[in-house]
Design a protein around this ligand. Structure first.
Ligand code: SDX
Length: 425
């Protein structure tokens, strides 16, 4: 409950008292739900000042560049935990002990195959389809196969759906890549780590032995961790909104994948690489910085800026260190794109336009350089973001569904025609 209130005073009306609630961290919120009874709506396009729900999963302090998952800082999780630890933490609220970890890993690594008939789905797509177009389709289609985990009112169904999604997303992602290459799908290997199995499904072929590089597998695992959750971002809010209608979990995650695809959101990692390749040479950076500042030019510095972070994105720091690890392991010492990215970052962080608008590199700025070094094509980058974000989407969906919730149904400020009659002929 609360002992704090806000008073809304509107000329000609009685003052309206609105309760104020405090969380364990972060901004207080003003409960505006009673405004409808007074014939009023709030107005907040883009939800800049709107708290859509209560949550205990992730906390972001944008001014300080802090990201906590169930209270643990992202850099400590990236350093000390593996991705399945973080999945468990997001889903159940605590890090697993050794027994819990063993059981969870066993469950996840034994749901990794998809129904054999799903292989036929891919045949309907053009080989040059964008991988995200395929992922939206095949992830939603999981609800056409797994009828024993669709009942959202059934706790066991919710649990199995969560496990299946975390397990099968890497398999479907790798199948999407193999299909584009005209190579055979590679079945998962349950003896490998989560990250190692993903690299195996992506890069091994029936023609020769493939040995997973443990440094690259650990880097892949860390990258998934850096993408695991991020509070009420656009795709997570989409998953919550879809879930509020009672849609099944596979459909909700497919909706989240669709929202993530946009270049303003998860599609930015692909856009960053395309931008760096378009810049092509450090000599061209100044021209692109100029374009990014030009209001009449739609060009933006992709991988820069964030709705919440007005300081360095803590994930970008870990991503940059991981980038150095991967390039070092692969013996790529003078990656031209990395040199352009680092120079671009240096110039932007010293430029008054970016300083005043508090535009810093975000999670997408360095990830693409790592993915490219691993041999992953640009149009697969957002698919990997979706794989990493799956436990976050599910954790928020479960948090909402297992509590009391109502269907999300915003209103509007109507600026259209007043009522008029159909013209008489
Ligand atoms: C992700 O929400 C999340 O948590 C998302 C995410 C997650 O983990 O889920 O963190 C993942 O989506 C990261 C963001 C990836 N997107 C990009 O890198 C695309 C480039 N960035 C922008 O398009 C933009 O910064 C956003 C979309 C990220 C944020 O947009 P906002 O909060 O709506 O800010 P805005 O567009 O209103 O920009 C504020 C000002 C504007 O100038 P003015 O109109 O005030 O003069 O800053 C400028 C913008 O023009 N600006 C940029 C810029 N980003 C903002 N100018 C140049 N280059 C940029 N990248």
């Amino acid at each position: 409950m609360t002992d704090k209130t806000a008073k809304l005073v509107i000329e000609g009306r009685d003052p309206i008292e609105l309760p104020i609630y405090s969380g364990t961290l972060g901004q207080d919120v003003v409960d505006v739900r009673s405004l409808t009874a007074h014939g009023l709506f709030t107005y907040d396009p883009g939800f800049v000042s709107t708290a859509s729900c209560e949550s205990e999963i992730t906390y972001i302090d944008g001014d300080k560049g802090v990201l906590l998952h169930r209270g643990y800082p992202i850099d400590q999780l990236a350093e000390n935990a593996d991705y399945l630890d973080v999945c468990y933490l997001l889903l159940y609220g605590e890090l697993p002990d050794n027994t819990q970890k063993g059981e969870f890993k066993n469950i996840i690594m034994h749901h990794t195959m998809v129904h054999e008939q799903m292989h036929e789905f891919f045949q309907g797509f053009r080989r040059d389809s964008h991988p995200m177009a395929i992922m939206v389709g095949v992830v939603g289609a999981l609800s056409a196969f797994y009828h024993d985990s669709l009942d959202i009112s059934n706790d066991h169904h919710r649990e199995v759906a969560a496990h299946r999604l975390i397990s099968k997303m890497p398999t479907l992602a790798a199948m999407t890549y193999k299909y584009s290459m005209g190579q055979p799908f590679m079945y998962p290997r349950n003896d490998l780590s989560y990250g190692g199995n993903f690299l195996h499904m992506m890069f091994s072929t029936p023609a020769e032995e493939y040995t997973v590089n443990p440094v690259l597998a650990r880097a892949m695992d860390k990258i998934f961790t850096l993408h695991a959750d991020h509070e009420q971002n656009a795709s997570t809010s989409t998953v919550r909104l879809a879930g509020s209608s009672g849609a099944n979990p596979f459909a909700c995650i497919a909706a989240g994948i669709a929202a993530l695809w946009g270049p303003a959101h998860g599609g930015a990692n692909e856009a960053v690489l395309n931008m760096l390749e378009e810049i092509g040479d450090e000599a061209n950076i100044e021209e692109y910085i100029k374009r990014a500042k030009d209001k009449d030019d739609p060009f933006r510095l992709m991988g820069f800026g964030h709705r919440v972070y007005k300081n360095y994105d803590p994930r970008a720091k870990v991503m940059k260190a991981t980038c150095d690890e991967v390039l070092g392991e692969l013996g790529i010492n003078n990656d031209p794109l990395l040199k352009i990215a680092m120079r671009l970052e240096k110039i932007a962080l010293e430029d008054p336009y970016f300083v005043e608008k508090k535009l810093y590199p975000n999670v997408d700025f360095y990830s693409g350089i790592i993915f490219k070094a691993l041999g992953i094509p640009n149009d697969m980058f957002t698919v990997l973001f979706a794989v990493g974000r799956t436990p976050g989407w599910i954790a928020h969906w479960k948090e909402m569904i297992s509590g009391s919730y109502r269907i999300g149904r915003p209103r509007q400020l109507y600026k259209g025609h007043t009522q008029r009659d159909f013209p008489k002929s």
